[in-house]
Design a protein around this ligand. Sequence first.
Ligand SMILES: [Zn+2]
Length: 271
Amino acid sequence: MQIVQRLSVLILAAALLQACGGDRSERPKPAMISSGDMADIARTAFEQLKSKSTISTDFESQSRLRCVVGVLAAELPEEARDWDWQTLVFDDPAIDAFALPGAAVGINSGMLALIDDEAGLAAVLGHDLAHLQLGHVAARVSGAFTADTAIAAVQTYRGAQGPQQSRTLYALLGLGSRVGLPLAYSSADESAAFRAGLELSARAGHDPAQMLAWWQKLAATSADSRPAWVSLHGDPTTRLTELRAAMPELTTLFAAAQAGGKRPDCRSSSG
Ligand SMILES: [Zn+2]
């Protein structure tokens, strides 16, 4: 068991070194997995999670998630706007949410319980969608896998008990907490996704003041009681400082969205 654990750390460290660009040597950059292959890999990962997790039977939560993702996706770059978004609420107390490049978004009931309103949900999901929009997920996976090795690894999902290759791939896809390998992005990627996610939410018509309230709530939690999901996204105090700095621009985007009639309300969504 110890050898397996040590091996897992080594493999992950190698993957991270490549994925984070920590190696400044002359080694050529890994070839990017094509967006079509990434979508296939991610869709398979989503199907695996679906078949091996408990899906929430709360129809209202499922509808609201679908509605909020639809509102945000409409603001994504053109090629992502028409993706066939799949959304799913998992019945799982762990604080977790994710967005996959094959146009799939998942959130745990534990995470939903933490969120007060639609703007908070949009802030969380906007952030995950921004990682996709900025190509962070594809770059991280491409740093450690070829399309062929990733396709082979994605099919053998067995959670934290799964084969190492599979666990590493799921971690790089942003599903690390589901395989016992939570994995952060570089702080530069986190900052970029944070800003892009907030802009996405404001453009969709979500009030930045409400997003600020959500991050203030997270930043107010003590480091010991803070959910791992929060720590994975960098220091909440840093995020809060970035958000405050972005407020003038976010307020302008929000005002333009309101003027354009964008007033998202998914509370009574039954889509
Ligand atoms: Zn992030």
